[in-house]
Design a protein around this ligand. Structure first.
Ligand SMILES: [Zn+2]
Length: 165
């Protein structure tokens, strides 16, 4: 078998479909792209705080009306199920901090299905769009995976209340 000939034939065969391949690759890259400015800072490491607690969980659940914020029909509708878990929109394992602006209320099925998926732009924008119909008036529907000044302050206050080990 002459590998160089085989390779040459293969490449020659690819040339006619090259535009289609480039188009498919571009679509995949675009679909998987994150929304700029919303994700965790690069090389920031994990938040030392794993679970939503000290009122964070209640806030995430109550602003969603204790109903799952997951999508049905890809991005259009909203899941009908009762929310059971406060989930990190930007996964904890990928540097997403445990703060309300990075939290969403999910049913068990949606939480299991999502796993450690890093949310692409359309996931974040569709969640924010759904939220406009049910978030309390004045509540910020946007997802942010970096700590704001008020996040840092409320974290410090919560830690200060705990008895030292
Ligand atoms: Zn759900």
């Amino acid at each position: 078998m002459q590998w160089d000939k085989l390779l040459a034939n293969l490449l020659t065969g690819l040339i006619p479909v090259l535009p289609q391949l480039i188009l498919i690759a571009t679509v995949i890259v675009v679909i998987q792209s994150p929304l700029p400015g919303r994700g965790p800072r690069l090389f920031h490491g994990r938040d030392g705080w794993r679970l939503f607690k000290n009122g964070q969980r209640d806030l995430v659940m109550s602003r969603a009306g204790h109903r799952c914020e997951g999508a049905v029909f890809l991005v259009w509708g909203r899941c009908e199920k009762t929310a059971r878990e406060a989930d990190h929109v930007y996964p904890y394992a990928r540097g997403g901090p445990t703060i309300p602006s990075n939290g969403q209320a999910l049913c068990r099925g949606h939480n299991r299905h999502k796993g450690a998926m890093r949310p692409p732009w359309w996931y974040v924008l569709s969640l924010e769009r759904r939220r406009r119909s049910y978030f309390p008036p004045g509540a910020d529907v946007r997802i942010f995976a970096t700590m704001s000044e008020s996040d840092i302050q409320s974290r410090a206050a919560a830690l200060g209340k705990k008895s030292p080990r």
